[in-house]
Design a protein around this ligand. Structure first.
Ligand SMILES: [Zn+2]
Ligand SMILES: [Zn+2]
Length: 354
């Protein structure tokens, strides 16, 4: 039996590189040889035991690779095609998928309350030499020849999620948008707001490297919450409040501040995943009479989403490669987790080469 190397979750605080059998694709599935992937914030939570997954699962959910084998019934693709696969791999056929909520796909084994098939969360992921893609017909997106792995790898999760914060928030031409947290997802949310036509994008964080990167990636104003009353500052820069505030961290403080910095009629677009209790103070919510909207979005996946995002890159509207600040081999992945987890050396995203 042929084997591959893979980064496997072993239990709270423990993960290791293991040799596992190379999966064989069944009907509707595809085997992809991974050429580039990443370490994501969720992976850190998984390894630390803060996000429950089953021991034995291969971690990782931002894959770019080459089709190595196609299962029966997968048409329109060839072995050797370069493909991008979204972090969430919807079936394309269930009630949620056909209603347009692909990230809420709830079909078949592996379904969990927070959504359907999620690479590295409910099914084996991408930090491995090979990845088995379920519902391949709905999830393989060919990469245009002129685009490199590095140019597209972040579309699988952080860019799809970040941009969706602006899309779900309904950002309109001329809007002022405040984005709370300027990690990779927050910066992508800010970029998404610009793509949607925002006239002013304000990024809020308390980490010098992240604030610098936000500026470099086109955020108009960066606010350091360590030094400023950010709600008052957002109101000052926007003559009374942001049209849309995007929350990209997932804690009470940023959620509440995002709500407080809105103008009446504004939208809070929440991307964070909250654990524990989340309170909405009545005063921050204008006692319910502020015409506020609160919307949430989970990483949109599926091949059409990936195709659209790759077009944004191909037409040079956005370049995400500056966010790939570090690179490690799969064998050295623990070093990558350490750099990412301890936020060393201005790290934003760590690329992993199997
Ligand atoms: Zn992720
Ligand atoms: Zn589905």
């Amino acid at each position: 039996m042929e084997t591959m190397r893979a980064h496997v979750f072993q239990g709270v605080g423990r993960s290791s590189i293991e040799r596992l059998p190379i999966p064989v694709p069944g009907p509707g599935e595809a085997l992809v040889r991974v050429t580039l992937t990443t370490i994501c914030g969720t992976d850190l939570h998984i390894v630390r035991g803060e996000y429950p997954v089953k021991p034995g699962l291969i971690i990782g959910h931002e894959p770019v690779g080459v089709i190595a084998e196609l299962g029966a019934g997968v048409t329109g693709y060839e072995v050797g095609d370069r493909v991008l696969i979204g972090a969430i791999t919807p079936c394309g056929q269930c009630r949620a998928c056909l209603s347009g909520h692909l990230s809420q796909c709830g079909h078949g084994e592996g379904y969990e309350a927070l959504g359907g098939w999620r690479l590295g969360n409910t099914i084996n992921g991408a930090q491995a030499e090979y990845l088995l893609v379920p519902y391949a017909q709905a999830n393989l997106t060919k990469i245009p020849d002129e685009l490199s792995d590095e140019q597209v790898v972040l579309l699988a999760d952080i860019a799809s999620t970040g941009f969706s914060g602006a899309e779900s928030g309904g950002v309109r031409i001329g809007d002022a948008v405040a984005v709370f947290a300027q990690g990779p997802i927050g910066i992508c949310a800010a970029i998404g707001a610009k793509l949607m036509g925002a006239s002013l994008v304000i990024g809020i964080d308390g980490d010098d490297a992240r604030l610098r990167m936000a500026k470099r990636m086109g955020v108009d104003i960066v606010l350091d919450y360590r030094a400023l009353d950010v709600v008052a500052e957002v109101k000052r820069h926007t003559s009374g409040g942001a049209d849309v505030a995007i929350e990209a961290l997932g804690i009470q403080d940023t959620f509440e501040k995002a709500l407080r910095c809105l103008r009446p009629g504004g939208t809070l677009s929440s991307l964070g995943v909250y654990s524990g209790k989340l309170n909405i103070p009545y005063d921050a919510f204008a006692a319910g009479i502020g015409d506020y909207r609160i919307v949430t979005t989970l990483c949109p996946g599926g091949k059409e989403r990936m195709r659209r995002l790759m077009e944004v890159i191909r037409q040079k509207r956005v370049d995400l490669t500056p966010l790939l600040t570090h690179r490690v081999s799969l064998d050295n992945i623990h070093e990558g987790y350490r750099i990412f987890g301890e936020r060393m050396d201005g790290v934003m995203k760590v690329a992993v080469e199997p």
